[in-house]
Design a protein. Structure first.
Length: 228
């Protein structure tokens, strides 16, 4: 994603640091889910929001709030694709998406959830359709959880547009899976997706104990569906 952005700025002969605050680049990657089309689309909308924000207090550069607003605005186009691209199974797909969103925001309180593709084939197929519509994004194809021995999970990220701007975002655990040394943050039992099972409070509490890296580094070339 950074290469795409740098190429764009090189053609305009403008250094990125003159346009974006450093943290907003990470937020663009998170908001796009590693999809180049969404990355550029949200970046374009971020420029529009940056032009209208209060420059006296927030400066003239594109900030995190601008990206958050742009991601929320971009959600309307994805919802239109959901309505247009699905026919008979529309209600099933929308219901599953609501379950995923509620699981992440209200129960697991994390931007990432884990799916065992062999546990429920019908549900897994719906998850794949939601990924095709870019409402969720695969971030790892192989994750193990110590409290679920013998099982292999796939990790997905809920699209940022589904919780940005919400008061619940302050309670959300943002898993920075694109940084080196953060793999353990994907191996949390509270993120195992099952909308029909209540998450135990002790699982959430124990999952909150994560040792931070002293010097986190970004993984190079992360895009959707890449392995961690």
């Amino acid at each position: 994603m950074n290469k795409i952005l740098n190429r764009f700025f090189e053609e305009c002969n403008v250094p990125p640091k003159d346009i974006l605050v450093e943290e907003s680049i990470d937020r663009l990657v998170l908001a796009s889910g590693g999809v180049a089309r969404d990355f550029l689309g949200i970046f374009r909308r971020s420029i529009d929001f940056a032009r209208t924000h209060d420059t006296k207090h927030r400066g003239t550069k594109i900030g995190i709030e601008d990206v958050n607003h742009a991601a929320g605005d971009y959600d309307s186009s994805k919802r239109e694709e959901l309505r247009r691209d699905t026919l008979d199974d529309n209600s099933l797909l929308e219901t599953e998406f609501r379950k995923v969103r509620d699981f992440c925001v209200k129960r697991a309180k994390a931007n990432v959830f884990l799916v065992d593709k062999d546990e429920n084939k019908a549900r897994y197929e719906l998850i794949q359709e939601l990924m095709d519509l870019r409402l969720i994004h695969k971030v790892s194809s192989r994750v193990t959880v110590s409290k679920r021995p013998g099982r292999i999970f796939e990790a997905y990220m809920l699209d940022l547009s589904q919780y940005t701007g919400s008061r619940k975002m302050r309670d959300m655990r943002i898993v920075e899976f694109w940084r080196q040394g953060r793999e353990d943050q994907l191996r949390l039992v509270s993120m195992v997706y099952d909308p029909d099972v209540q998450i135990l409070e002790e699982d959430v509490d124990s999952d909150m104990i994560v040792k931070p890296n002293k010097k986190p580094r970004k993984k190079k070339g992360w895009v959707q569906d890449s392995l961690i």
